[in-house]
Design a protein around this ligand. Structure first.
Ligand code: ADP
Ligand code: ASP
Ligand code: MG
Length: 401
């Protein structure tokens, strides 16, 4: 079998833990498998590098950020290869470029366009364990690019797809996918299986256990993901295609996204095209606008409210300030969060949303914004209620039973 292992930041967070990863990889190899390992930076490393850059600039050049951030993963890849060799396992570390990962030019959010797997295949054929620095690739003009936060998951899935691997095992500090973040609700239950679609919603809505784009790609390439712990031998959760005849559960999980900020633009001139102009400029800056509310206008003015990732607040502020003469002012609030209820069974059941609203109302939690789709309900609330809201929703849908 050819297996891709991916180890996240916590799993490689110290030299002892890298040693632990080396012995897990050595074991998989000794069982007769070909193994390709994708690694993240040691935990805290990427944040540290971002803080370094922010010392000099609130909006540093994205190209230079990629040069900086890609270094964290290279350190781990090299250390793991060294540790493996010391354990008698022949290994070779590769950067994203050396592994043949080509991306578009969207620095810090780059998309993988293709993978030339020949260099990896060559080393695998020589019996080596290939250790790839996750989270990175190379643009057409030869600059280093990174794939967005949590992007090593995407590297792993893409490599598993390119190598036609039998499985992509993603190792973190939890032994699978739970009905909600087990750090917030200790009664959360581990699932044996979750469909790509449900996992994609959970991941997109803040369950950072898997990066959302990695799940999207796994679905497209039909890569079987297994979420496991690097600290135990527990079974893990399989993420795969929903099987015919499987009974769709009403609600499969609750997600929380704390990386949310709310922007309110006051007294926007109520003329056709103004919203388009503002949102086009935000999109040009790769700022992800999520929920949008426009208040009824009075005296030719309207208020425009929307949410964005907190990490993009500085960028959004700069964009909106350029509309100075078209707006009365803006308010920024980063003390909000988004809680979401996810389940494919919602498609065919009415009243799921009402249950959520009533449950939060009973706890006196005010819902500031709502958005729904066929298989999810998302609510913006004050961040101070985040954990209470997650536990309340987890219990009202009987997920702890
Ligand atoms: P890594 O650093 O290995 O990439 P992450 O920290 O990105 O790992 O993801 C693992 C974390 O995801 C867990 O520690 C857990 O707190 C969190 N998490 C959030 N939602 C869930 C969920 N539904 N099931 C399991 N873990 C979850
Ligand atoms: N090191 C990167 C991050 O912290 C990528 C990853 O860990 O997947 O976002
Ligand atoms: Mg992660």
């Amino acid at each position: 079998m050819l297996i891709v292992h991916k180890y996240g930041g916590t799993s490689v967070g110290s030299l002892e833990r890298i040693e632990n990863v080396a012995s897990r990889v050595a074991k998989a190899k000794s069982e007769g498998n070909d193994v390709v390992v994708v690694v993240s930076a040691m935990s805290g490393e990427t944040n540290k590098l971002i803080a370094y850059a922010n010392h000099f600039s609130a909006t540093p050049s994205k190209r230079e950020m990629d040069m900086l951030l890609s270094s964290g993963e290279r350190v781990t890849a090299a250390l793991l290869a060294i540790a493996l060799k010391e354990n008698g396992v022949d290994a070779i570390a590769m950067t994203g470029r050396q592994a043949g990962i080509k991306t578009d030019n969207a620095h810090m959010y780059a998309r993988i366009e293709s993978i030339d797997a020949s260099a990896m295949q060559h080393e695998i054929a020589l019996g080596k364990v290939v250790v790839v620095a996750g989270f990175q690739g190379i643009t057409e003009d030869g600059s280093v690019s990174t794939l967005g936060r949590g992007g090593s998951d995407l590297s792993a899935v893409a490599i598993a797809g390119a190598l036609n691997a039998d499985a992509c095992e993603i190792y973190s500090d939890v032994d699978g996918i739970y009905t909600t973040d087990p750090r917030i609700e200790s009664k959360a239950k581990k699932m044996d299986f979750i469909s790509y679609d449900e996992m994609l919603e959970l991941a997109s809505l803040g369950a950072k256990v898997l990066q959302n784009r990695s799940v999207e790609l796994a679905k497209k390439l039909k890569v079987k993901i297994v979420a496991k712990s690097s600290f135990s031998d527990a079974e893990g959760t399989i993420i795969g295609e929903e099987e015919e005849g499987m009974e769709a559960v009403l609600v499969s999980g609750i997600a929380l996204d704390r990386n949310q900020a709310r922007v309110t633009i006051r007294e926007v001139s109520d003329r056709p095209g103004i919203a388009a102009e503002i949102f086009t400029k935000l999109a040009d800056e790769q700022i992800n606008v999520d929920m949008i509310i426009q208040n009824a206008s009075s005296a030719g003015m309207t208020n425009l409210g929307f949410t964005i990732p907190q990490s993009e607040l500085a960028g959004a502020k700069a964009v909106i300030e350029a509309f100075d003469h078209d707006i009365g002012g803006m308010d920024l609030d980063d003390s909000v969060c988004k809680v979401s209820v996810v389940g494919v069974g919602m498609k065919s059941h009415a009243g799921v949303a009402a249950t959520a609203f009533s449950a939060l109302a009973r706890e006196n939690i005010n819902i500031e914004m709502i958005s729904t789709s066929e298989i999810k309900i998302s609510m913006i609330i004050a961040e101070k209620y985040a954990e209470l809201a997650v536990r309340t929703l987890h219990s009202v849908y009987n997920l702890d039973k």
